[in-house]
Unconditional design. Structure first.
Length: 119
């Protein structure tokens, strides 16, 4: 499903067995945030599972763009969904670290288990 944000960058939603993948492209700023927020709110209420925000093609343009990510994280948590940031750019990662948000919004990867070596 593709949700258009008035020509300022689409939000694509892909259903997966374990949740939803939301691909955001373009600039997240005061002009695009309302449509992006509404589209992802609709995804959050669709059911359980992880909510993965793919930000590889997105750019956080101002404080409103960062604020919507924090808001969506809180909203997903209240709906018992886990939100993950995927493919965050170096700039986005630095921004999260600078705002001290990297602990709650940092990309998370599944734990890797290593079997012990036996002779």
């Amino acid at each position: 499903m593709t949700l258009n944000t008035h020509g300022r960058g689409p939000v694509r939603v892909l259903d997966a067995p374990d949740g939803h993948d939301v691909i955001i492209e373009g600039r997240l700023d005061v002009h695009t945030v309302p449509d992006i927020r509404d589209a992802i709110h609709a995804v959050i209420i669709q059911g359980p599972g992880e909510l993965r925000l793919h930000l590889g093609s997105a750019e956080i343009g101002d404080a409103t763009g960062l604020g919507v990510i924090v808001h969506l994280h809180r909203r997903a948590t209240r709906a018992d969904r886990r939100m993950l940031l995927v493919d965050a750019s170096d700039r986005t990662t630095r921004l999260l670290r600078g705002c001290r948000l990297e602990r709650i919004l940092a990309p998370r990867h599944p734990a890797v288990t290593v079997a012990p070596l036996t002779a």
